[in-house]
Write a protein that binds this ligand. Sequence first.
Ligand code: MG
Length: 396
Amino acid sequence: MSNIKNLAIIGATGSIGVQTLDIVGRHPEMYRASVLVANRRVDDLCALALQHRPDLAIIADESLYGDLRQALNGTGIETAAGERAICDAVQRPDVEMVVNATVGYSGLAPTLSAIDAGKEIALANKETLVVAGELVNKRLASSPSAALYPIDSEHSAIWQCLQGERTEDVSRLIITASGGPFRTTPKELLPAMTAREALMHPCWNMGAKITIDSATMLNKAFEIIEARWLFGIGAERIVPVVHPQSIVHSMVEFTDGSIKAQLGCPDMRLPISYALGKTVRLPGAERQLPFEQMATLTFEQPDYDKFPCLHLAYESLERGGNTACIINAANEVAVNAFLHGDTRFTDIYELIADALANMPYISNPGYSDYVATDAETRRHTGEAVHKLKNITTVNL
Ligand code: MG
């Protein structure tokens, strides 16, 4: 039997997908991409498919299926399109691990499908756990061979720190945050910040959506929620700390006062390979931390007044139900509007708060409730953006 592990990579053309394929390309003796999925970048998907020769390539946007089929015609690579095809593909018997590197709510359905088929999942799609962490954990409990391994660098760090430790000895999870591009920007200047300025992240080179989430610090709120479901630690014992150098990727504090930290260069290939190897480390690191040349590592309190999105982590975990699903859907719409220049930076939080105040609360949601909440919130926030846009135009 072959020792090469077959991977289904969802979000193959995005930042995490491309870095996962970089690891696959460097270690053909360990990994093979057997399924590649992209959302809309059909040309990039075709190029990756021709390079990596998967069994199957899928484009989520069905209107682009013709392009995909034509480009891969005669290559022997199967093609498909749409969400149903993605959910079926992750259940294929030859797929040993699903790398979910897609962005946003759309990552939830394939995650649940993979869990139901008992697959291992390397998860970069944090929205899966933000939106429906409780449901995901229930499904995991009823599918014993399924498992979830974090790719998010903070959660990978915590996972590494927890090796050989007992859960009952953990007192706090300390999640580090770079502080984003506006860490030192005065609060009164934030409304005027443009998408271009928000996209200039000081440490990490990431996709647009997560970079804006990092600028509002909602990304950190999401990571607190993600940690709560991944590690089963209460929100009151998960704290964010700003660490602008992004060298300490997170820490675990134990009951005896000892703290373990995981350090490394800000390079996502490290947490990706740790998840692919399920704690077995990959040889031949691309980058080593130049410890001797590092002047200082600093830590500071996050500014909850300037970044009100941080509060949303605790608010949503306290309220529970579909609260985080509402926050996520409103945010996806608001961030998209901000990237298109339709809203101000500070409107993102206001639009989320507005959705929270107006969307119906569901205390014990099932899958269909999440789907309905997501759709209704998108509609509501879409209309709110439209109103804001008209006001802005009138004021001009
Ligand atoms: Mg992260």
